[in-house]
Write a protein that binds this ligand. Structure first.
Ligand code: SAM
Length: 293
């Protein structure tokens, strides 16, 4: 059934994994098939967002700060037309993703010819492995499409106002300082059609905003998020449970054991050197655009 569109502000509890077990399992499987490692808390983010998107087949969806992240591929698998926006260069998008999904660049520079993508024997092996896994389980193409667009979320001049049915954003907006966040949210709201939803996950702070240096991301206080997303005082949050929820996250075996191996290779990420030690936790925000903006 289509979820009722309501504003929400919620620190993501590990209980989400049990509540949305089929979705969580489906996401893990897709990540494995596409050989896309997922962030240490992303299963929570993705299940929370997908529980709120409703039917996406045939819908125009903007993935804000998409990188090569899983949600755009999941949505395209379910028939969405995804505009995938990121300031990073994804023009060398892996071959197997182009093969399984209908992917184009919004401009020529957004997607390089496919023969530019295999740059090393390791990349060739990864591509062949992913192609084999895709072949094993699915047909060659998903029903939706993904259009890559390189640009800043604070200036989406190429996207018309009121043109998008849904905006999703997975752990991306926190890479904008608190002072800049409201302008980014306003721009995302501008392109959203009235009645459409902006569903985003960011990182939560118990009290004041603070910067997590290893992941280069901000953790935002409840007050900062309420102001940036223009949430009314009537939207009830669970920030009062911040410390308990963080303790439960730290103790969660499933996320700890599922930690992707790339974390072990560097100290500059959300889980430096792969040592399970969550310092912050994800928070979900849902904002429904009213007809007055
Ligand atoms: C941690 S990654 C998450 C990527 C993806 N959402 C996923 O699920 O894997 C954050 C991404 O957000 C993008 N990003 C953050 N702020 C942005 C902005 N203002 N404009 C464009 N991209 C932005 C970054 O370039 C980066 O690719």
């Amino acid at each position: 059934m289509e979820p009722k569109p309501t504003d929400a502000l919620e620190i993501l509890s590990v209980e989400l994994l049990e509540r949305h077990r089929p979705t969580a399992n489906q996401l893990r499987l897709l990540a494995r098939e596409l050989v896309l490692p997922i962030g240490w808390h992303y299963l929570l983010d993705l299940t929370w967002i997908l529980a709120r998107t409703g039917e996406v087949a045939g819908r125009e969806v903007l993935d804000a700060g998409a990188g090569i992240g899983l949600i755009q591929w999941h949505l395209a698998s379910h028939g969405a037309r995804v505009l995938s926006v990121d300031r990073g260069d994804r023009s060398r998008l892996a071959w197997h993703l182009r093969r399984r999904y209908h992917v184009t660049g919004r401009e020529r520079r957004d997607l390089a010819p496919v023969w530019w993508t295999v740059t090393s024997p390791r990349e060739l092996a990864r591509t062949l492995l992913a192609l084999w896994r895709c072949h094993l389980r699915f047909g060659p193409t998903a029903p939706g499409r993904v259009v890559l667009h390189r640009g800043d979320l604070g200036d989406l001049a190429a996207v018309a106002s009121d043109s998008v049915d849904l905006v999703v954003s997975v752990s991306a907006l926190e890479h904008n300082p608190p002072g800049r966040l409201p302008a980014v949210v306003r721009e995302l709201a501008r392109v959203l059609r009235p009645g459409g939803r902006l569903i985003a996950t960011l990182a939560a702070a118990a009290d004041g905003d603070w910067y997590h240096q290893p992941s280069k991301g901000w953790c935002y206080s409840e007050a900062t998020l309420r102001a940036a997303f223009d949430l009314s005082p009537g939207v009830v949050s669970n920030f009062h449970r911040h410390d308990d929820l963080l303790a439960a996250l730290r103790a969660n075996r499933e996320l700890r054991e599922g930690l992707a191996s790339f974390y072990r290779r560097s100290g500059a990420n959300g889980m430096p050197w792969g040592r399970w030690d969550p310092r912050y936790q994800p928070v979900g925000v849902c904002k429904v655009k009213t007809s007055t903006g």
